[in-house]
Write a protein that binds this ligand. Structure first.
Ligand code: NAD
Ligand code: UDP
Ligand code: UDP
Length: 323
């Protein structure tokens, strides 16, 4: 589709009412683009995009990506998919359909429009990794029949589809393997560890560590990640394979709990709950590829990012009179 106004693009963001999608949209709007946000509001909320209501370059469409979508755009970011284990395990069949059928529909759309398409993949494609830190060349260690498989295998199949549409139809594709990301606009009951711990600390309820808290994760602040998304999307057309995007700072869940307690000054006790099935023991991105190809590396350290996130949850909880 011909662009009417120079470098201004019409960009489709699926999952745009979610945590990452809404931040991405803010950045793209700031850059002067026109946005079509498509979301079925399964885990996303209108509150995340409320501030864009009435904006002349923003449009919201309530739609489920497992159904075909016929629109005219210049670029597609495909983020639609629940990301928190409690959410993606709530309706596993819908989760895998969202990843696989959603990818087919968005790839079909991109093929018809001959436009570039970006896939929000995940570090979960590495499963419970044996190679540490994880490099893009590692094929992973994934249980195909477990309770996390609807998400992990769905995202792996989506990557396969992206690579096949590239090889078979010469589509311009970008695949970001996103590692744990946190920040404002995570839902209060999102269920992922950073929001859980902060909300628990602020409410003074027990901090729930699953297992002994020795498992590790690497936490990236949302603003850094969005910067990586846009750099990857705008990278040279010969960059097609997956690129890890995440913060290589690695922390045990126990360390995260202690950091949240320190930053909030909370008196919450720590309680230990059973480890969820197939919970990966370690995770840390090797980001050499993102550094070399995109000149990208995260800037915001964990304590600085957590402070901003705590401030957000303080405001949210105060508005709900929950603290
Ligand atoms: P989120 O749950 O806040 O956002 C997902 C959005 O997708 C929500 O707005 C939801 O309503 C929407 N959605 C779900 N199913 C849909 C469907 N069938 N049709 C249309 N919309 C649908 O999660 P997030 O953290 O913002 O994650 C965004 C993307 O990034 C996801 O694809 C996720 O797998 C990926 N990702 C996120 C992280 C992270 O740490 N945040 C890590 C790895 C990958
Ligand atoms: N599709 C869509 N929007 C479009 C074009 C295609 O949603 O503008 C969907 C449609 O459901 C189709 C899928 O994308 O089944 C895959 O399209 P593709 O052209 O690759 O395959 P085909 O149409 O031959 O099945
Ligand atoms: N976790 C925890 N307490 C919680 C939520 C999560 O100890 O209240 C642990 C979880 O078992 C996992 C890690 O924190 O080891 C990260 O979990 P999350 O759901 O945030 O992301 P993912 O497992 O998908 O990386």
């Amino acid at each position: 589709m011909a662009r009417l106004y120079g470098s201004r693009k019409k960009i489709l963001v699926t999952g745009g009412a979610g945590f990452l999608g809404s931040h991405l949209i803010d950045r793209l709007i700031e850059q002067g683009h026109e946005i079509l946000c498509v979301d079925n509001l399964f885990t996303g909320t209108k509150a995340n995009i409320d501030h864009l209501n009435g904006h002349p370059r923003f449009e919201f469409m309530r739609h489920d990506v497992t159904f075909p979508l016929y629109v005219e755009v210049d670029e597609i970011y495909n983020l639609a998919c629940p990301a928190s284990p409690i959410h993606y395990q709530h309706d596993p069949v819908q989760t895998i359909k969202t990843s696989v059928v959603g990818a087919i529909n968005m790839l079909g759309l991109a093929k018809r429009l001959k436009c570039r398409i970006f896939q929000a993949s995940t570090s979960e494609v590495y499963g419970d990794p044996i190679v540490h830190p994880q490099v893009e060349g590692y094929w992973g260690n994934v249980n195909p029949i477990g309770i996390r498989s609807c998400y992990d295998e769905g995202k792996r199949a989506a990557e396969t589809l992206f690579m096949d549409y590239f090889r078979q139809h010469q589509l311009e594709i970008k695949i970001a393997r996103i590692f744990n990301t946190y920040g404002p606009r995570m839902h209060l009951s999102d269920g992922r560890v950073v929001s859980n711990f902060i909300v628990q600390a602020l409410k003074g309820t027990p901090i729930t560590i699953f297992g002994e808290g020795q498992q590790t994760r690497s936490f990236c602040y949302v603003d850094d990640l969005v910067d990586g998304f846009i750099r990857l999307m705008e990278s040279d057309s010969d960059i097609t394979g997956p690129v890890n995007l995440g913060n290589p700072g690695e922390f045990s869940i126990r360390e995260l709990a202690e950091e949240v307690l320190r930053l909030t000054g909370s008196q919450s006790e720590i309680v230990f709950k059973p480890t969820p099935e197939d919970d990966p023991m370690q995770r840390k991105p090797d980001i050499s590829k993102a550094k070399d190809l995109l000149g990208w590396s995260p800037k915001i350290k964990l304590d600085a990012g957590l402070r901003r996130t705590v401030a957000y949850f303080q405001k949210e909880l105060a508005e709900q009179h929950a603290i």
